[in-house]
Design a protein around this ligand. Structure first.
Ligand code: NDP
Length: 408
């Protein structure tokens, strides 16, 4: 709400918004900033989520298998995200071209949409928590911690499902979170065109880089099944509400800011930023691909022209059975323990830099990603050291740096 207030009432300045917060008092400020309830917008949002559900169910897609869960399950997933995303884009463009709706109309009501998304995120988080309390005992991959607050926030069930293929977590992150990010970015570009008569270079850079990242997510959706979000994090408020609200609110800050406060950069600067963004993306994608290929082929692959260096590792699942695994120490993974996070952070930097250095607000995406991924690197190191014990310690000795060589 602070973000929305800063953008709509305080000229895109966090500092001014914080001044307003101090002047009015936190609670009155927040109450004043709550977007009004708008039934029509709520119905549009509900209809859009229902459309995502229909597309997810109806559009064809290959069936991919997720990583074995700690409970020993290998779950099937219908991977049709790219088809769903392209269909959304086609509907958006067709309706806009036919004059049925103004593409900027989503952003004209962005607060109300986020309010509706927030209600949906809360209801979904509550629903999955209640579902777990109503389950028969003996269901695999559920985690009751004894703290209802922790369970609500971090989730109880690893992979809540509707039917055989419909994974609620993948649906929420991919279909609701990522597609709303793409559509909102486009809508902010349309708003800028309406307000100022042209789309500026920074808006093009931001939209192009974000579209690349979002399309990558869907093109490599079977890879995404192996990430921490799907393979390890349980589904609760963080992922349900975060995907519904935080992603469309925070990840679109740059386009949102530019729609109201256009910044001009030369074509040369825009090209340099785009090129730097593409190089960062290549680091992100190739490092993720190296690990994915390494695991898929049991180490029988070539990385940077040679057979990969590996550390054999083993772990036990909850039923006590022993499983063999391997840790990669070559390519990007021989330089730091989380090279894919570095690619992601550099990429975020490039899209934020397109908005200039006048205000902190458009940089909130990079700040959020830095906190998220630095914390994640620590969380993952702790989880892997519990899972692999001495073998993970050995990996940490071989690959000493967590994120930045010789620094961290
Ligand atoms: P990773 O894909 O890096 O997954 C970490 C897991 O990989 C570990 O838990 C371990 O799992 C395995 N692993 C770690 N090191 C090695 C190694 N050396 N060799 C083999 N396996 C290893 O992390 P994330 O899921 O967090 O991130 C995936 C991508 O998604 C990243 O590029 C990240 O930047 C991006 N991301 C983007 C977000 C956004 O909001 N835009 C949010 C979160 C992530 P195992 O138990 O299988 O051994």
């Amino acid at each position: 709400m602070l973000l929305l207030a800063a953008l709509s009432q305080y000229h895109g300045s966090f500092a001014l918004a914080l001044g307003g917060l101090r002047a009015h008092g936190t609670l009155p400020f927040l109450v004043r900033s709550i977007p009004p309830f708008n039934l029509q917008v709520g119905l549009y949002y509900g209809g859009w989520v229902a459309l995502q559900a229909c597309l997810n169910h109806l559009l064809p897609g290959k069936i991919a298998t997720g990583l074995p869960t700690p409970g020993g399950q290998s779950l099937p997933y219908k991977v049709n995200g790219l088809a769903c995303c392209i269909t959304n884009l086609a509907i958006f463009i067709t309706l806009a071209a036919a004059g049925v709706f103004r593409p900027s109309s989503i952003t004209a009501h962005v607060g109300e949409f986020l309010f509706a998304a927030s209600n949906y995120g809360f209801i979904l988080s509550l629903a999955v928590t209640i579902k777990c309390y109503c389950m028969e005992p003996g269901v695999k991959d559920v985690r009751f911690t004894g703290s209802i607050v922790h369970e609500f926030l971090s989730g109880i069930e690893l992979n809540p499902r509707l039917g055989k293929y419909w994974d609620v977590k993948l649906f929420q992150i991919g279909r609701v979170g990522m597609i709303s990010w793409l559509l909102l970015d486009l809508s902010f570009a349309a708003l800028q065109l309406e307000r100022f008569g042209s789309i500026t270079n920074p808006m093009i850079v931001v939209n192009a880089l974000h579209a690349l990242y979002i399309l990558d997510f869907f093109i490599y959706e079977d890879w995404y099944l192996t990430t921490i979000d799907i393979a390890h994090d349980h589904f609760g408020f963080y992922l349900a509400w975060g995907s519904a609200v935080l992603v469309p609110a925070l990840y679109t800050t740059q386009a949102h800011y530019l729609a109201y406060h256009p910044v001009e950069i030369t074509c040369t600067h825009a090209s340099i930023l785009t090129l730097a963004g593409i190089i960062s993306y290549i680091i992100f994608r190739t490092s993720n691909n190296q690990k994915f290929r390494f695991r898929q082929t049991n180490g029988k692959c070539v990385i940077w022209g040679a057979a990969p260096k590996t550390i054999p590792a083993a772990y036990r699942t909850v039923d006590g059975s022993l499983h063999r695994s391997m840790l990669l120490c070559s390519g990007w993974w021989g330089l730091v323990r989380h090279p894919n996070y570095i690619g992601d952070l550099l990429f975020s930097f490039c899209s934020c830099a397109a908005c200039g250095f006048t205000h902190l607000l458009p940089w909130s995406y990079l700040i959020f990603m830095t906190v998220l991924l630095a914390h994640r690197s620590w969380r993952d190191d702790r989880r892997c050291s519990e899972k692999y014990g001495a073998q993970w310690m050995k990996y940490c000795e071989v690959v000493r740096w967590r994120l930045v060589p010789f620094v961290f």
